[in-house]
Write a protein that binds this ligand. Sequence first.
Ligand code: NAD
Length: 349
Amino acid sequence: MMRDLPQPSAQALVPFVSVAEMMAIIHRIGLEEALKDLTDRIEADFRRWPVFDKTPRVASHSEIGVIELMPTSDGQRYAFKYVNGHPGNTRAGLQTVTAFGVLSEVATGYPLMFAEMTMLTALRTAATSALATKTLAPKGAHVLALIGNGAQAEFQALALKAVCGIDTVRLFDTDRAATAKCAKNLAGRGLTIVECDSAEAACEGAHVITTCTADKKLATVLHDNMIGAGVHINAIGGDCPGKTELAPAILNRAATFVEYEPQTRIEGEIQQVGEDYKVQEIWQVLTGQAEGRKDAAQVTLFDGVGFAIEDFTALNWLHDQVQPGAAMLDVIADPDDPRDLFGMLMRAR
Ligand code: NAD
């Protein structure tokens, strides 16, 4: 429910959720509760998909990474996220992905909240994988192979535990230190953790495979022979032109589901196949307009790149958690006479 927050149009002060506040909110709610809550909220917004403005995100590419803006609106609220993706950053002690964002009121155009979104992106990405897995994985799936054990990894594992009943996680990363970090962070959380020596070993016996690796190239993290009948794959690390994780042969076998097809054609695994390759958008499955998994033997693929509606949902969820007394930003010049901006400046001399 909406809290009794000061209205920006009245006070011109806008709540700001810092990284510290974001972490306090997650601990107050409980991480797995927050992931479940976000999964439900993303599902609810995906079910009303047609009301949203949709556009592929606006990307500025360089040799080593990308900076993107992700806007959308449901006619009542508007949101955008600024996010980067720089796979080489960790070598310099920086993160691959950082983000912040703004939620606004369409009626006035005034912002309702500014927020850190690095943590929030990890939550919403994990919640989106959980929603796809809940919708597409075979019945009784409980073993996850998690390939790429960096910043997103623990969130992915815990969302699939909380929402989909995953009880065993088989980890692999080309950097053993990342796997050790992930295993340590997931210890004592009710999961059986198995550290594996190769992606192939991690996939043995897995019902769900999530790839969240970072490398700015057409990588082959998963080969076709690693994918058994009935497996569900969440491929979330391939999210830029020239940055993919799966062998094309997997696409030829799988039924593929995406967030927003025009964006995924540019950024997802399906950039490796032609325009005639058929995909379904997840919201169509949720609303009964498209078929999901056909049978227990089918391989399903969620080609997740991250779409603006997930960030819109996450920002609205976060706005509901902001309490009176939150930090406020003075970012809207608000003269007493709205047409006397100049007078406001002169009075401040
Ligand atoms: P990160 O850099 O923290 O971790 C990536 C890990 O992948 C590293 O530990 C690295 O050693 C490992 N890795 C690289 N190549 C590998 C390979 N071939 N096999 C196994 N491991 C390999 O990055 P992160 O923040 O965890 O993000 C992971 C990926 O997810 C990035 O590519 C990022 O762009 C993407 N991402 C996608 C979404 C989405 O919505 N789809 C959201 C956030 C991040």
